[in-house]
Ligand binder design. Sequence first.
Ligand code: SAH
Length: 213
Amino acid sequence: MRVRNKPWSKDKIAEHPEVLIPNPENYKGKWRELFGNDHPLHLEVGAGKGQFILGMARQYPLINFIGIEIEESIIVSALEKWLEEPQPNVLLLHKNAQHITEFFAEHELDEMYLNFSDPWPKRRHEKRRLTYAEFLKSYKAILKSKGKLNLKTDNQGLFEYSLESFSKHGLQLEQISLNLHASDYTENVRTEYEEKFSKKGHCIYRCEAVFLQ
Ligand code: SAH
């Protein structure tokens, strides 16, 4: 994702703690209390500019969504979109997903989404891929038993790597599409990258994987 320098991002983020939660560790195990209901809790890792999570929240008002994004100048765009149309079932975290087990209690989440994650194609960068073993371990800890991981990408290398990594680490593949936009999956909400890459003619790959225990 293109990162523009936005010196005002920090202030803007600090001004909206009602949606961009400054100390998520304080809510570990208490996200449902914060939302004020016991609806299912879904997390998107690498939420970018927020189009997907805000679209999902609109489509599924009885699900609570949290988006985590590491880049300040990117999450500020998600914040701006939220401010244009505040949605009570969305919260945002400006954090590194490497630390998610500090923000969520064991089995607190129902589903997770990884959309167009950075592919890190070089072998020596494998550990940075969001479907690397260590990340899967942390997702397993915070997802409920049989919790689902949803993945979309246009990157064949990352897709193949992820399918293999899921199979090696106890996830069962439930749905696989090699051309999402030609499939009968009609409830799809497009991300920013998904729009950009499909316009360029790339196929979109998608899978759903479930932690078996
Ligand atoms: N999901 C969006 C953005 C995809 S680009 C879309 O589909 O349009 C991948 C995003 O993941 C970038 O915004 C990047 O900053 C973010 N990201 C990468 N590593 C991350 C990490 N460890 N924690 C949180 N966000 C991360």
